[in-house]
Design a binder for this molecule. Structure first.
Ligand code: SF4
Ligand code: SF4
Ligand code: SF4
Length: 392
């Protein structure tokens, strides 16, 4: 360790090396999590692995009655919490990657069409959230696969047939291979992603958005900045850890966290949260939650590399029409200097219970001190003027 230096960005703003800023000499690359919610299946293996490895006590087996999420959120005894966001959406297949495809079919109907087309329903189902090229309806796939004339069986819908319009001609008769599809698995139940518009029958469907929430290991961590005992500290990996043997239970960190993560344990009084498995990192091991995640929704690694990977994934989803995909917490210029644990979301942050614009409380310290200095100067000046006035 070298003595801690205070840089202009020690309290807010971009800070590329928080461990170095905290005083570590030549620290290892900053570690973090990229959680890709588009592939989360809500299995909660991450929650279980975290509890098991870190011996986090159970916090009640409650049926909350508000969704399939019975954890409710992060807390002193829930360091990972998988949110289940259920959204009522109209049935159909015109959203994102399905734009332009036939509407009106339910998932079941589309599955029946798939079977009737002689396609492998499991192969098709494994393409949840994938796109039909050029927005072609499933009926076309059937026609292309079986050779039967479809409503728009020329493969493009223009009616020219045989690729006369320049589009690819239909697949040869009897071929059970679907015309090439592109796209990504979105982790949603059902055959296809739901649509933003009502179907012919005006029916509604539900989509689940699932996200494994966790401490963000902020670049500028409000919890750490306000801790009076030093119980919260920055590790050499750039993560934020609380030492319970130094915590006095004052609770300042709880109100300073812009994400509402850190929490005092009932009956214990001290503050607890995710450590990003500091003990495992020290042994060059992957954190328990990332290790247990079967879909690699939770990815652990060097933060710089994770940011590149996340941006590539975002672009990939946009390319197949999932334009609602966006990154959250990856921006080093945001209100907390970027998160060590960031996310790819499929809707607004508020939908997942995340603040849209988190800000570290210390961001306002310089302006607060400036105002205090001005007020103090004005008081001194006032005292001088009144003293001089009395003399004369
Ligand atoms: S401020 Fe909150 S989210 Fe950030 S490191 Fe502290 S507890 Fe985690
Ligand atoms: S990194 Fe470790 S402590 Fe943090 S949520 Fe994952 S398993 Fe729990
Ligand atoms: S993040 Fe992974 S382990 Fe956790 S619920 Fe999602 S898929 Fe399961």
């Amino acid at each position: 360790m070298v003595p801690r230096t205070v840089s202009p960005n020690s309290f807010s703003g971009r800070l590329d090396d928080p461990a170095g800023n905290a005083g570590y000499d030549a620290p290892p690359p900053r570690k973090g999590f990229f959680t890709d919610t588009s592939v989360c299946i809500g299995c909660k293996a991450c929650e279980v692995a975290c509890k098991e490895w870190n011996m986090v006590p159970e916090d009640g087996i409650d049926l909350l009655g508000m969704s399939y999420d019975n954890t409710g959120g992060l807390g002193a005894d829930s360091w990972r919490a998988v949110a289940f966001v259920e959204q009522s959406r109209p049935v159909g297949n015109v959203t994102g990657p399905f734009a332009g495809a036939a509407t009106g079919g339910t998932s079941e109907a589309l599955q029946q069409e798939t079977v009737a087309a002689g396609l492998d329903v499991f192969e098709e189902a494994s393409r949840l959230g994938t796109g039909l090229p050029e927005g072609r309806p499933v009926a076309d796939l059937a026609a292309a696969a079986t050779g039967a004339p479809g409503a728009q069986g020329d493969g493009c819908g223009c009616g020219a047939g045989g690729g006369g319009c320049g589009s690819a001609p239909p697949a040869p008769a009897g071929t059970a291979t679907a015309p090439e599809r592109s796209g990504q698995f979105l982790g949603m139940p059902g055959m296809l992603a739901p649509a933003p518009l009502p179907d012919r029958e005006g029916r509604q469907d539900v989509r689940w958005l699932m996200m494994s929430n966790v401490c963000k290991h902020c670049t500028h961590a409000g919890c750490l900045d306000v801790c009076p005992t030093g119980a919260l500290f920055r590790t050499e990996f750039g993560t934020v850890v609380v030492q319970q043997d130094v915590c006095n239970g004052c609770g300042y960190c709880v109100s300073a966290c812009p994400y509402g993560v850190i929490d005092k344990r009932e009956g214990d009084g001290r503050a607890w949260k995710c450590t990003l498995c500091y003990d495992r990192l020290g042994a060059d091991e992957t954190p328990a939650c990332a290790k247990a995640c079967p879909t690699e929704s939770i990815q652990y690694g060097d933060l710089d590399e994770l940011r590149e990977r996340a941006e590539a994934r975002r672009r990939q989803l946009h390319d197949v029409g999932v334009t609602e995909a966006r990154l959250y917490g990856e921006d080093p210029d945001d209100g907390v200097g970027g998160d060590g644990a960031f996310f790819l979301l499929l809707d607004d942050p508020e939908v997942y219970g995340l603040p849209p614009d988190p800000v570290v409380p210390t961001r306002d310290l310089p302006s607060m001190y400036r105002h205090m200095a001005v007020a103090a100067g004005a008081m001194v000046l006032g005292a001088l003027v009144s003293g001089l006035g009395r003399r004369s």
